[in-house]
Design a protein around this ligand. Structure first.
Ligand code: NI
Length: 192
């Protein structure tokens, strides 16, 4: 087994673009969000039409050991499916007792959070604002503006990701546009 030795003083990471010498990039088109938007007809139409790029993130390829931190830049593009704003899938961490911090570099949006016990919260992003995701809370970025929502995030490197719970059950709440403004509503498709 090859041991990866990371020398933090050698890391070169651009906060805005996420670019560095050893970047790990993930790009997600809208089609990866099947079943997550309430308006399925609008979703299918958008995917058939052009399947736009909705989300991408850049992360350094750091070891996932308990003492390390994973960090990177997340970019969520503006748009809507029906009246629901573009969003990320949202996830719990495999180690549920994991906190995470997001710092907004540009754009306007929200972090929608919920825990397995049914509590939920929404915090808003604007440039220069940090949002703390407490342990146990699933978290999803939502773009409420007209430009890319760019955030920097950091969390314990061994936390892991659990996307499956949200993919199966959905989120308790949705954020939709009503009279030109964002409104939080109950998700009609949420499964207990
Ligand atoms: Ni996370």
């Amino acid at each position: 087994m090859t041991e990866t030795i990371v020398k933090p003083f050698n890391l070169d990471f651009d906060l805005i673009t996420g670019l560095s010498e050893s970047k790990d990039t993930t790009k997600r088109p809208l089609s990866k969000m099947k079943g997550m938007y309430a308006d399925e007809l609008a979703f299918e139409a958008a995917v058939q039409n052009e399947d736009p790029l909705v989300y991408e993130f850049y992360e350094l390829d750091l070891p996932q050991t308990p003492g390390d931190l994973l960090f990177g830049t997340s970019i969520l593009y503006p748009g809507k499916v029906g009246d629901e704003y573009y969003m990320t899938k949202g996830h719990f961490h495999t180690i549920l007792e994991t906190g995470e911090v997001y710092y907004c570099l540009s754009g306007k949006g929200a972090m929608l959070m919920e825990n397995p016990e049914g509590d939920w919260d929404i915090q808003y992003f604007s440039p220069g604002k940090a949002v703390y995701v407490p342990p146990r809370y699933a978290h999803r970025n939502i773009n409420l503006g007209n430009e890319p929502l760019v955030t920097f995030f950091a969390f314990r490197a061994d936390a892991g990701h659990d996307y499956g719970t949200i993919e199966t059950k959905g989120y308790r709440k949705l954020v939709v546009e009503r009279d030109g403004k964002p409104e939080v509503i109950d998700n009609p498709n949420w499964k207990e």
